[in-house]
Design a protein around this ligand. Structure first.
Ligand code: ZN
Ligand code: ZN
Length: 150
């Protein structure tokens, strides 16, 4: 199965082939600032399943010894994904760029210690005060799969 997405102007398109896409919402302050919004929706996708087409641009930054590369559409500057040196074989997709993003339903909410007060989280969806451990995130994926969520 192939899932597609694109930037706001459609100059950059991408596809994800034969990989589940687990979307989670991050309520941290960095995500609020970078998105200019209340939270960000991300999805981790293996580099091997991801193909991107079109003119991209990006920049690199260091945080806590980890190098992050932020990737944008070179035309409309929509942030499409990032990568980091810690998990170099993963793409961190900006999930709002997925086709049909209005049907997204995050499998977890993270950094809810920074969540804006007006947001009420849905019942039964795993939520974490800060970043979950890989084991905790894995358990959230299993919970979502049990619900037939993805
Ligand atoms: Zn664009
Ligand atoms: Zn965040």
């Amino acid at each position: 199965m192939t899932i597609t997405g694109c930037c706001e102007c459609s100059a950059v398109t991408y596809s994800i082939t034969d990989s589940p896409v687990y979307v989670y919402a991050c309520h941290c302050l960095n995500c609020q600032t970078r998105s200019g919004s209340a939270f960000a929706e991300h999805a981790m996708v293996p580099v091997s399943a991801f193909a991107c087409d079109g003119r991209i641009m990006g920049y690199k930054r260091l945080a806590h010894g980890v190098e992050f590369e932020e990737v944008f559409c070179a035309v409309c500057h929509t942030r499409v994904f990032n990568k980091n040196s810690l998990l170099a074989d993963m793409i961190f997709l900006r999930a709002g760029t997925l086709a049909g993003s209005q049907t997204l339903n995050p499998i977890a909410h993270i950094w809810i210690s920074r969540k804006q007060d007006w947001i009420t989280l849905p019942e039964g969806i795993p939520a974490f005060a800060e970043s979950p451990t890989p084991e905790e995130f894995g358990a959230a994926i299993q919970t979502a799969e049990r619900r037939g969520h993805v």
